[in-house]
Design a protein around this ligand. Structure first.
Ligand SMILES: [Zn+2]
Length: 286
């Protein structure tokens, strides 16, 4: 009986065909190696209190047109993609929330203090808890896909007049344009808003392998000259990491923040790990 091994088959094929097969095999191997890790799901939680459903509703309301429904524990995207909502893990530590949040954590783990401008509570960073697959699905899975959704707007046309590029998805660009027009009516705010530090850049958050929301074109950093960032104020952060005692600092007027919040943007100045230049579109938290 003729028994051919793979390598024999390859040997009898002509060169071009063999190269094609080898290339294909290599690409399959590479794809398997780099497949995103599927998160382990613990025992499916029983939503006895209705909290998960309330949280799902909050997300769906915040992003109209993006979801066509939900199951007990998943949201269904406009293209029928199902995304698990709650991974069943309870009482995650602050670090676990940052490193491996599920969609439920993103929406409901920490509440954003809409009308409160007092110093943030310890380890309350509403907005820093992000489920990365959600943002990749919403705004683009790769730098190229995100770029294809960016459009240019003029930031504060009357006073700053600088072009910035942001995502058109969820009307983010239109909303930022409205924010910009409103802010332009307050000449006393120009100094805080000029020289915006950046909207789109494909990078990971410093010291982590998590993508920054700056990757998705839904974020703007205003003038760093009047901003405070917890890492800049605390040289010890490099050894202590996030578990650090911070003294809150901020110079950004509340009125600026209120205008952003009105259009679905949260402010990094309401985080314990404060980042007062940073605004990002996160309507599910408002
Ligand atoms: Zn930022």
């Amino acid at each position: 009986m003729l028994h051919l091994h793979t390598i024999d088959i390859l040997n009898i094929l002509n060169g071009t065909k063999r190269d094609m097969i080898l290339k294909k095999a290599a690409s399959v191997i590479i794809a398997v190696i780099f497949l995103p890790k599927v998160k382990e799901i613990n025992t499916p939680p029983v939503d006895t209190t209705g909290e998960v459903q309330a949280c799902i509703k909050k997300l769906m309301t915040a992003y109209p047109g993006k979801f066509i429904g939900a199951t007990d524990n998943a949201v269904i995207w406009y293209d029928n993609t199902k995304m698990v909502f709650d991974d069943g893990t309870r009482n995650k530590s602050f670090k676990t929330l940052l490193d491996s949040a599920d969609l439920e954590d993103q929406v409901c783990a920490m509440s954003y203090p809409r009308d409160d401008f007092s110093a943030p509570k310890k380890y309350n960073d509403p907005g820093r808890i992000r489920y990365e697959p959600f943002f990749r699905k919403m705004y683009g899975n790769t730098e190229k896909e995100v770029r294809a959704n960016l459009i240019e707007i003029t930031w504060l046309p009357k006073s700053v007049n600088q072009k910035i590029r942001v995502s058109k998805i969820n009307g983010v660009a239109d909303k930022l344009k409205k924010i910009s027009e409103e802010l332009d009516n307050y000449p006393e705010f120009t100094k805080y808003l000029k020289k915006p530090g950046g909207t789109f850049i494909w990078r990971t958050i410093s010291g982590t392998n998590r993508l920054s929301t700056h990757c998705f074109g839904i974020t703007i950093d205003i003038n760093i000259d009047f901003s405070n960032y917890w890492q800049w104020d605390n040289a010890t952060w490099k050894t202590k990491g996030e578990q650090i005692d911070l003294t809150y600092k901020n110079r950004i007027p509340a009125k600026i923040v209120e205008i952003f919040e009105k259009y679905g943007f949260i402010w990094g100045g309401k985080w314990y790990h404060y980042d007062t230049m940073h605004f990002e579109y996160r309507p599910e938290l408002l």
